[in-house]
Design a protein around this ligand. Structure first.
Ligand code: SF4
Length: 362
């Protein structure tokens, strides 16, 4: 069955007046500290908070009644105060021959997003979405062409991971590289990171969490001060401001100089090597000269580069760079001692590859 995220659905979300404050009583959307506050309000202590948080983040519970290790009295007290739990719902699932699985999730209010499960070299990675659609306008991205629906809540982001984990077991890595720009939904993304990181839940170390941005300097700088040194990935796609602006609307607002300065500030605080993502587009940004421009840009940055094989889709207007060209590009970066990897297409037959999420509903 095909996946559908249609433009009229996006319009519906724009006009629906949906307000995430309606989720204030949703325990699934709370950090451990927030649940501790709720537990205290009903006379409970830390063990009660732990029981609730673990149940909603690990136990796949659909209602308060299902929370183990919680007294009937506590369950009733929570319900009487209007608290509830929720789960993201799997609407559809497609499996690529390479093992990649694309999930279509539906939220409580029927908003839909896609997430991808990848299993490679014995490691399990979930690529989650942080928004319904996206407003960053990258020309080569199917999600960008959908327009923007709404932000997801922290619980809806963690919920994608939790639902997939219920199918396949422990998750090694989570990357915020699905639909949406994380720093355009900063507060909820940060809260979702704290939820996934907390020891009473998934207990994911910061190095197993990666936030990927199209390059919003204030978001990068802000994240540096959160005391949560997650991996940072920055979409580069060109080392030239003008060329970048032609393929990424956000680049007309944020210069490469500002992005690199923010990355350096992030590294000074977190000591993390930053990964720059570079989608190779034939005749646009795949020349040897383009590669040398990256070397110059990243001269004094502790960086790695991930070259991404572009996944063509109908009407995209771009072509995949040839593999020979990819090799030449990679050689130039490696000769300059920049650690470089190539992300070849995965999940292509189910439109689960990079830049393809939401494609079938266009
Ligand atoms: S590449 Fe990322 S930031 Fe750009 S439009 Fe697509 S989802 Fe948004």
């Amino acid at each position: 069955m095909p996946l559908h995220i249609s433009r009229h659905l996006i319009d519906f979300w724009r006009n629906s007046g949906f307000n995430t404050s309606q989720m204030d009583k949703n325990l699934t959307n709370m950090t451990f500290e927030e649940i501790a506050g709720v537990a205290a309000a009903v006379g409970g202590k830390k063990p009660m908070a732990r029981a609730i948080f673990s149940a909603v983040q690990l136990g796949d519970v659909a209602q308060i009644e299902e929370i183990a290790d919680l007294s009937q009295k506590a369950k009733e007290a929570l319900s009487q105060r209007g608290y509830f739990v929720s789960r993201v719902r799997v609407v559809d699932q497609q499996v690529d021959p390479d093992g990649t699985v694309k999930y279509l999730f539906e939220m409580e209010d029927e908003a839909r997003v896609e997430s991808v499960l990848m299993q490679l070299n014995g490691r399990t990675t979930v690529c989650l979405s942080c928004q319904v659609g996206c407003r960053m306008g990258c020309a080569f991205c199917a999600t960008g062409r959908m327009g923007f629906g709404r932000h997801l809540t922290a619980g809806e982001m963690a919920g994608q991971v939790n639902r997939i984990a219920a199918d396949c077991g422990p998750i090694d890595n989570v990357v915020y590289m699905g639909m949406g720009e994380p720093f355009d939904n900063y507060e909820e993304v940060l809260r979702s990171l704290r939820i996934l990181h907390h020891y009473a839940g998934r207990n994911m170390a910061p190095r197993r969490l990666t936030v990927s941005t199209c390059g919003i300097p204030e978001g990068i700088i802000r994240l540096a001060d959160e005391g949560l040194p997650v991996n940072l990935a920055v979409s580069l796609h060109s080392a030239d401001d003008q060329r970048r602006g032609e393929i990424m609307a956000s680049a007309r607002r944020y210069s490469l100089a500002a992005i690199i300065a923010a990355v350096k500030a992030y590294q000074a605080k977190t000591r993390r090597r930053v990964m720059f993502e570079y989608c190779l587009l034939k005749g646009i940004n795949d020349s040897a000269e383009d590669a040398r421009a990256i070397v110059a840009l990243l001269t004094d940055v502790n960086a790695s580069v991930n070259l991404i094989e572009f996944n063509e889709f109908e009407g995209c207007g771009f072509q995949t760079a040839g593999r020979m060209q990819v090799q030449v590009f990679m050689d130039i970066l490696e000769q300059a001692k920049i650690t470089t990897t190539v992300r070849y297409k995965r999940g292509e037959t189910i439109q689960a590859a990079c830049g393809q999420l939401g494609l079938l509903g266009r």
